[in-house]
Design a protein around this ligand. Sequence first.
Ligand code: GAR
Length: 217
Amino acid sequence: MKRRVAILISGRGSNMAALIEAAKTADFPAEIALVVSNRADAAGLARAKAAGVATALIESKPFGKDRAAFERALQSSLDQHRIELICLGGFMRLFTADFTRHWSGRMLNIHPSLLPSFPGLDPHGQALRAGVRISGATVHFVTAETDAGPIVVQGAVPVSDHDTTETLSERILEIEHRIYPEALRLLATGKIRLEQDRCRIEASATSGNFLISPTAS
Ligand code: GAR
């Protein structure tokens, strides 16, 4: 049985699209059963509808600072669609500790940096200002602390002196679209174990590749 997944978005939804695409494969262990947006103007909503995925708009703005009330509305939609796992894809709303506890070990997020470096806002700008030569993206479990949960999969890209936040975010986005389906596959097949604050992956193999940046000539 495929695991029933909801993707939560607030904007463009390119990671959502990558997950929907991956889930079309017959042997993918999860199906995208619902896309929820907390913003009416999220471009990803139309993309999800065009892909034939059920969508729900639960605007967070009317709830103001009452996060728990927003989460009750969200949870009821998730229950209605019998959702088992959640993937956040550019979902720009913080959760209460209660909500993250309820979904502990069942909710993933993607962040465009090699966590624990550069959590929070403007990770690409943070990476450029720090002058790192390698950056990337991280899929991690969601916990009460923002961008700090157990790491599932990471992908790395080189950073050059000519990069701008635009060029770097484009390069990182490509790797995001590759690692998010992989992380969901691992979670949905039960190959992941949470041990305190660490995520252990059953029979995990390293890619066997090195990424060195810059390369010496
Ligand atoms: C992605 O780059 C994602 O990693 C980032 O928002 C973008 C959403 O793009 N998420 C965060 O920064 C979370 N802290 P998308 O809507 O095209 O998937």
